[in-house]
Unconditional design. Structure first.
Length: 89
C-alpha cells in the first residue's frame, strides 16, 4: 500500500503521477494524518473497472446457474453456433 500526504501531492505532483504509472496501484492520500483520497493512473482505474464488470457478470452467471438456468457443453455450443452460421436455426 502506498500512502502519501496531501502536501506531497500539492508540492510534488509529478512524482506522485510517476509513482502511480510505475506501480499501477492506488496511492492513498492523507490529510492531517487521516485518509482522504485515492489516486491512481487511468490505466489502473480502467483495469480495475473491467475486473469489476467481469466479476459482476460472473456473479450473475452463478446466480442463473443456481436458479436452474440451462447449461451447455462446449461441443453443444459449437454445434449450435454452426447451425446458426449455416442457417439451420
Amino acid at each position: 500500500m502506498i500512502i502519501k500526504s496531501s502536501t506531497t501531492l500539492r508540492n510534488d505532483y509529478p512524482s506522485i503521477s510517476k509513482l502511480a504509472h510505475e506501480k499501477q496501484e492506488p496511492i492513498y492520500i492523507t490529510k492531517n494524518g487521516e485518509g482522504d483520497l485515492v489516486v491512481m493512473s487511468i490505466e489502473a482505474f480502467e483495469r480495475r473497472e473491467e475486473l469489476m464488470r467481469l466479476k459482476a457478470a460472473l456473479d450473475e452467471a452463478e446466480r442463473e446457474y443456481q436458479a436452474g438456468a440451462p447449461t451447455y457443453t462446449l461441443d453443444e455450443i459449437d454445434t449450435m453456433m454452426e447451425e446458426i452460421i449455416n442457417g439451420k436455426e
